[in-house]
Design a binder for this molecule. Structure first.
Ligand SMILES: [Zn+2]
Length: 221
């Protein structure tokens, strides 16, 4: 039986050999363009009302018994319980305002779609749609999913004036926020991976569903 190449007319032989890599190259270019389109459209979608995770969360009402403005965290555990719930690094960072090492933490370069929950109480704090590469070696976000769930206080440690951010539901330290972010809000939330628990989602809509679920059942027990 003749091979595929033998059945090609001889006059076409050389051209065909050149055509194959050319077709491969065109395919590659089309793939890159498609991925680029997808990335830019998801970037645009982040700003749109339909798929803006933060806008969705702001519209979700916190259950009436949950008061995040009193300064008293709704989720409370004893030190013993916190130590049992968290590993050593998580405890040091989240409960003792520690800092993990840059670049040597699981989420600084995580580009997967999904939700970042508080390690202490599973509150959805950040979305992958607001994550960007700051080059600092820590996961960085342009905004929280819901400002109500992220408390702030002025941190004057190490001779610097910084704004510390923590989970307003359980008090777990998250990191700091700086006024040099790339988004329209101009903020950069520099967060420790140890304070977060990433939950992958198939799409932005799936993230929204997880956020809605949390608001529907938040602190129900
Ligand atoms: Zn929390």
């Amino acid at each position: 039986m003749k091979s595929h190449s033998e059945r090609i007319p001889s006059g076409f032989g050389k051209g065909w050999k050149f055509l194959l890599p050319a077709l491969g190259l065109i395919g590659l270019v089309l793939m890159v363009v498609a991925v680029g389109d997808e990335q830019s459209s998801s970037g645009k979608a982040t700003a749109g009302s339909k798929t803006d995770v933060s806008a969705c969360a702001s519209a979700c009402a916190l259950p009436s018994h949950v008061d995040l403005s009193s300064g008293k965290f709704p989720v409370q555990h004893s030190e013993e319980e916190w130590r049992a719930r968290l590993n050593e690094l998580q405890y040091k960072v989240a409960r003792e305002q520690g800092t993990e090492r840059p670049f040597q933490n699981p989420y600084h370069d995580n580009k997967a779609t999904g939700l970042y929950r508080c390690i202490g109480c599973a509150t959805p704090l950040f979305s992958s749609t607001d994550k960007f590469d700051s080059g600092t070696g820590w996961p960085s976000f342009s905004k929280p999913i819901d400002p109500r769930t992220l408390g702030e206080h002025r941190d004057t440690s190490y001779g610097m004036i910084r704004i510390e951010v923590h989970c307003a539901v359980c008090g777990s330290h998250q990191g700091h926020v700086f006024p040099d972010g790339p988004g329209p809000g101009g903020l950069r939330y520099c967060i420790n991976s140890a304070s977060l628990d990433f939950e992958a989602a198939d799409s932005v809509e799936a993230i929204l569903e997880l956020v809605r679920e949390w608001y529907a059942t938040a602190l129900a027990e």
